[in-house]
Design a protein around this ligand. Sequence first.
Ligand SMILES: [Zn+2]
Length: 445
Amino acid sequence: MRVKATYAAAVCVALAAIATLPAQQAQQVPQQYDLLLKGGHVIDPRNRISAVRDVAIANGKVAAVAARIDPAGAVKVVDVSGLYVTPGLVDIHVHVFAGTGERGSYAGDNSLYPDGFTLRNGVTTVADAGCAGWRNFEDFKERVIDRAKTRVLAFLNIVGNGMRGGKFEQDLADMEAKPTADMALRHKGVIVGVKTAHYAGPEWAPVERAVEAGTLASIPVMVDFGTNRPERPVSELVTKKLRPGDIYTHVYSGLRNEQDESGRVNPALLEGRKRGVIFDVGHGGGSFLWRIAVPAMKEGFVPDSISTDLHIGSMNSGMKDMLNVMDKFLAMGMSLDDVMLRSTWNPAREIGHEELGHLSPGAIADIGVFRVEKGSFGFVDMYGARLKGTQKLSAELTLRDGKVVYDLNGVTRPDWNTLPKDYRQTGDSRWDAVTPAPVRRPGGQ
Ligand SMILES: [Zn+2]
């Protein structure tokens, strides 16, 4: 049965009750927006918004954010009241160079394919933290970066072979600034920084060459400071060796004198922060301790960015996923707005992707929709110590480039028994990347 409605009638009906309109009538209305998220609490720290707002999306971009946006102008309207709507999360420390088959290697079996851990947590962008160096980056790009639904960026390891294990990562001869910078410039925007990690020796060379490469390519350096060596103390790293904008990750590990003997934050870290050095969480399997983080947070030494250090050794440990790491900061008393700032706009800015991490009109519509669950929860650090909490984030809906890529409870979906007996795919490729049926033309089908 087909209903022929005049344009004016359709508009009137649509204004009254868009949600209940049969699809064919709704299509008579000119639709400016592909998707409208209605009634959620928007947290967009870059634009200083934390309030109930509607968010309209068109052509993969944020089209409008306002107190009330007319649902008649949208192909698809989703009620997200009671939920939080934020920019898609940006996790700048993950390990995702999977698929080579190399054992015991972060350019292989220690890494994970990203999509299984990202979209279901509201994460739309990750930066791989140095799994590949200039010798194997293009293999990584071909295997993972170009195939993932997640936006995958990368810090290029100063080691040409990347994180292939001890004998490679300790080889000073394979740490060359020039080829590293050249590769970074060849993949500008995808390679967002230079990584140095896991170095055990007393030399400063890995840090110095990473900084040299970062300077040549105009990108930041991320440091995992490896074995703690008195010849190269963290104080000198953050007050002298690193440039403003360079990133010290694993800040709450306590493994490299981040805390002094009195239990206070090493004053050098405060000085480093004044100089513009960035401090990142990088939780991982062995880089986050309550006895370091809790006193530091009480002292006001909060992280600039929250990140997971996701890999096979962390995914089922104290660290679970991005939301678990964010929950830990909620449990330590950080506000949800501040947690979101450190998981969206701050990390986006740190990696030079200022088009991400916010919901300004015209911005890429990477969006997370979250529920804050209340109850009794526990959060575990790297040595298996627990801190109890009462709040926990869960991801309801994730959009990448304006399209649904994850929908936990089917908030975008019709109930099955309201559909025709022989129903097929219910989506629409204008807003749906999960079950996208072709766009239905007005009067078509
Ligand atoms: Zn790591």
